[in-house]
Design a binder for this molecule. Structure first.
Ligand code: ARG
Length: 407
């Protein structure tokens, strides 16, 4: 067959269109084609006695049990026909039943076959049932107690992101005064406390409806209706916003004194946890963060005294300074009381600053779980030598926090 010149051109155009369409379809499926599926499963473990420590998400007992179950789930699905669709699983709750332990687990899958959810669910269920009635290693699972149900994306992600003090992303090194840009998900407990939609202070998420901040943020502005809370890396592009139902200021806070500079904010509606909105872990009242340990302060405060404010959340990596040093004549000359803790460097350089107030000073334990050490409270200007930041000492107010929030 002989093609005319225009016929050839038409053929080439047709081939190009077909190739482009095929690439488009492939890209679509690779990028968007996978829909997440979540299942909520629960089962009883006959050889694990319930321990009240399972109630604390940072307790080693909870972490160990979670790890044993996650590894059982990983093994089960990685050896199954759903190995390509299986994403992850996580223990979201440990309950008790007659002294025995029941675990609730959320499983996440990703699949292109979003039109056949029922079939997918049956396959996942059968794979699990088969495993749980057979060899489950050191865990004796009561397979008759096994339950599986569907769960929607948002509540499932809420459960998957419920543990405290865990971040999803990190970025290297160390504008807080002398700070560095953070990345989304690096400090997921950081919130911006806004008065009539203007950033005023930082705050820290303690649970899905409670935040901790500084009392001095509310001097002359105690009406909760003026206030809102936003989450996310950039002030200009918040990931979630909530109005404020109630503000609880420490009874013994008296402006302009710096003592008892602590307040609690109750949200009008709980947040759903996501990979970039999570809570911090609160330390026990008797916990001691030793001087010289590494801590990080985060916030959208100004970069220096009377300086400009950043849009991207800043972090400053610093050290805890012991109270005796901080109370020396040339430092704060006895102004540091039991409810305060100093952090920064005596040579200056890195410090919190105006607008960081109320925000978190945090420290990670050896497992990489982050705890709230302090609340940005005061300092003499910012990053000056011998004038480190002073923070409200969270352990000192631990029982006060419980008395207001039940946490
Ligand atoms: N009081 C300031 C505020 O309202 C923050 C003080 C922190 N200062 C410091 N140098 N660490 O934002």
């Amino acid at each position: 067959m002989k093609l005319t010149r225009s016929g050839k051109i038409a053929l080439i155009i047709l081939v190009v269109i077909i190739v482009a369409a095929a690439i488009g379809v492939i890209v679509y499926f690779v990028v968007y084609g996978k829909t997440p599926f979540y299942y909520h499963i629960s089962f009883k473990i006959n050889n694990v006695d319930y321990d009240s420590k399972f109630g604390k998400p940072y307790a080693q007992e909870y972490i160990d049990l979670n790890e044993r179950i996650v590894s059982l789930m990983n093994k089960t699905f990685q050896a199954s026909k759903l190995r390509r669709q299986y994403v992850k699983s996580h223990v979201v709750k440990v309950r008790q039943n007659n002294g025995k332990t029941i675990v609730d687990v959320v499983l996440k899958f990703k699949s292109c076959y979003n039109n056949n959810a029922a079939m997918f669910r049956d396959r996942a269920k059968n794979i699990l049932l088969q495993k749980l009635t057979g060899d489950t290693g050191s865990l004796c699972i009561d397979s008759s107690s096994f339950k599986l149900s569907d769960i929607d994306t948002d509540p499932a992600e809420n459960l998957l992101n419920m543990c405290c003090g865990r971040r999803t992303k990190m970025s290297p090194g160390n504008k807080i005064a002398g700070g560095l840009d953070s990345v989304e998900g690096e400090w997921p407990w950081q919130a911006s406390l806004q008065q009539n939609n203007i950033h005023r202070c930082g705050a820290t998420l303690l649970s899905n409806n409670w935040l901790l901040t500084a009392a001095h943020c509310f001097v002359n502005a105690k009406d909760p209706r003026e206030w809102s809370v936003t989450f996310g890396l950039r002030l200009s592009d918040s990931k979630m916003k909530r109005s404020v139902k109630n503000i609880i200021i420490h009874e013994k806070y008296h402006y302009p004194d710096h003592d008892n500079d602590i307040a609690i904010v109750n949200l009008s509606k709980p947040v759903l946890y996501t990979s970039s909105i999570r809570k911090i872990c609160l330390p026990e009242a008797n916990y001691n963060f030793p001087p010289d340990s590494d801590v990080v302060v985060t916030g959208w405060g100004s970069r220096k005294t009377d300086g400009t404010s950043p849009n991207v959340l800043q972090k400053g990596i610093m050290k805890i300074i012991d109270t005796d040093t901080c109370n020396k004549k040339e430092v704060y000359d006895g102004a540091i009381t039991n409810g305060m803790i100093c952090a920064g460097f005596l040579e200056g350089r890195i410090d919190a600053c105006q607008g960081d107030s109320g925000g978190p000073l945090v420290s990670s334990d050896s497992r990489g779980i982050w705890f709230l050490v302090g609340i940005v409270s005061w300092g003499h200007e910012c990053a000056l030598p011998n004038k480190p930041g002073v923070y409200t000492r969270v352990t000192y107010y631990r029982n006060w926090i419980t008395s207001k929030t039940g946490l």
